[in-house]
Write a protein that binds this ligand. Structure first.
Ligand code: AMP
Ligand code: GLY
Length: 470
């Protein structure tokens, strides 16, 4: 088997899932080089070479690539910051190795305003009503405030507040969920407005799905739908987070959607891709996962909440392990420009994230439930890893914001560890994921217990029925 040298730029569990999927390649002997945000225990164990670059600074990553260039076939990037900072342009120009992610100019995740304007041109039906408030347009705060309040009058306060620039999933505020008075909304607006433009868009009711696809620059190959659990606590309470868990059904679409909804999603994704592609002269610029679409299904059509220029975290973990094709070959086809299909297993998957005590404000809201003695202590993965004796390949443990120190694992500040269950249906996958989550002890980590739960899904089904009837 030929050796395939891959440099993975790794932020957390999402990239560990990429590494794990690559290392299971049957067609290639993958040699993993990792530029790591911290000493992630999975990467430390499996990488042929491992460099810790806490800032994930693109110049430092480029130097690591240069130093190992003769052993590398390509670079794979998962997280937004290096993509937005132009890692692809830099490494391809300086080192000459192909990089799998979009080019800087097309990392459209960088601007929610640019996204809304693009959809206005290509697929206006998928845009909620919106207005951009740019600090440069207003002479005073008072002037901006009265413009904002006039727009609130027009939309009857039913808005989502969105900073133009990414804020790690934490900048968006929604009327009724995050604030219930104009004063609270204004405060949230201002906290973002001081850094740049803010969008106020119509709050659209519905159920969400995530749809992302691999792309060789010319072809966009959509993957099955996934559902992200954004809010911190069970029953969708608490602040938005990066995502506390996610699921995928055995079929390509989610249990609360229909085959027709899926067709509509695919048509919209293709329309956005084709319309956008037409404006881009470079045939390879959109390589990677240039379009990760967050859809809102309203019962009367689909709205796009946002697009990202990278794989979703956690959602890509629901997809990578159930790709039937060899993932290393998928990567090579993205580079060669001949990725025309990706075969998937018909399995359901459920991902549950364990997170540290302060994540999502848990330690304040649920102080009574915290095991204080365990806070900051080592995390024991051994019982969860031993579950592979019972479940075989149906359980995967992906360390994320976790650091190996003196032979022990410690939780850092973000999402610590993703536990994926794979099954013939959602229930089986969920049972495995939850059992894995329970088996991880130490560090006072916690997790949502209702990811892909029957009741949660039943609520989505009911809501969609009502929206379709309304
Ligand atoms: P985003 O970062 O744009 O994905 O937004 C985070 C979350 O805010 C989404 O997952 C939705 O739950 C919610 N959201 C964003 N935009 C809207 C909108 N226009 N209407 C209703 N909810 C929204
Ligand atoms: N799951 C949300 C994100 O990746 O942005």
């Amino acid at each position: 088997m030929d050796k395939l040298g891959v440099l993975l730029v790794s932020y957390g569990a999402r990239e560990v899932a990429m590494a794990d999927t690559l290392l299971r390649s049957k067609n290639h002997n993958v040699q993993l080089y990792v530029a790591d945000k911290q000493c992630n225990p999975y990467n430390a164990k499996h990488a042929a070479k491992h460099a810790v670059i806490p800032s994930l600074d693109v110049n430092e990553i480029c130097r690591f690539a240069e130093a190992n260039k003769t052993d590398l076939d390509f670079v794979l990037v998962g997280s937004e910051n290096p993509i937005i900072k132009g890692i692809r342009d830099l490494i391809e120009a300086k080192v000459g190795i192909p990089v799998i992610c979009p080019k800087k100019a097309y990392a459209i995740e960088e601007s929610k305003v640019a996204q809304r304007l693009l959809f206005e041109e290509i697929a206006p039906e998928a845009n909620p009503r919106f207005k951009v408030f740019d600090p440069a347009q207003y002479k005073s705060e008072a002037e901006a405030k009265s413009a904002v309040y006039r727009w609130l009058d027009e939309l009857d306060n039913q808005v989502a507040v969105k900073p133009d620039k990414p804020a790690l999933g934490k900048g968006v505020g929604v009327w009724g969920d995050h604030f219930t008075t104009r004063e609270q909304l204004w405060e949230h607006f201002l906290s973002n407005f001081k850094y740049g433009a803010v969008i106020l868009e119509e709050k659209v009711p519905g159920e969400e799905s995530s749809c992302m696809g691999f792309c060789d620059g010319k072809h966009f190959i959509p993957l099955p739908d996934t559902r992200d659990y954004k809010r911190a606590f069970d029953d969708d309470r608490g602040p938005n987070t990066g995502g506390m868990g996610s699921y995928k059904d055995a079929k390509d679409y989610l249990p609360f959607l229909t085959a027709a909804d899926r067709e509509a999603e695919l048509a919209l994704a293709e329309k956005v891709f084709k319309g956008w592609r037409k404006k881009i002269p470079d045939d390879t610029a959109l390589r990677g996962v240039p379009l990760y679409l967050a859809f809102m299904h309203t019962g009367k059509g689909i709205k796009i909440l946002e697009i990202n220029s990278r794989p979703g975290d956690p959602e890509i973990m629901n997809l990578l392990p159930v790709i039937k094709d060899d993932f290393a070959d998928v990567c090579l086809r993205m580079i060669d420009g001949n990725l025309t299909s990706v075969e998937m297993h018909k399995s359901a998957t459920v991902l549950t994230y364990k997170v540290p005590p302060d994540y999502g404000g848990y330690s304040k809201v649920h102080a009574g439930k915290l095991d204080r003695a365990a806070v900051g202590g080592p995390v024991d993965l051994s019982k969860a890893e031993a579950l592979s004796k019972k479940y075989g390949d149906k359980i995967r443990i992906y360390p994320g914001s976790m650091e190996l120190r003196d032979g022990k694992n410690y939780a850092l500040k973000s999402r610590v560890i993703g536990i994926l269950g794979i099954g013939k249906d959602i229930e089986e996958a969920r049972t495995i994921s939850q059992e894995g989550a329970k088996a991880i002890t130490g560090g006072a980590l916690w997790n949502r217990t209702d990811v892909a739960a029957k009741d949660h899904i039943a609520k989505s089904i009911k809501k969609m029925e009502q929206l379709r009837k309304a």
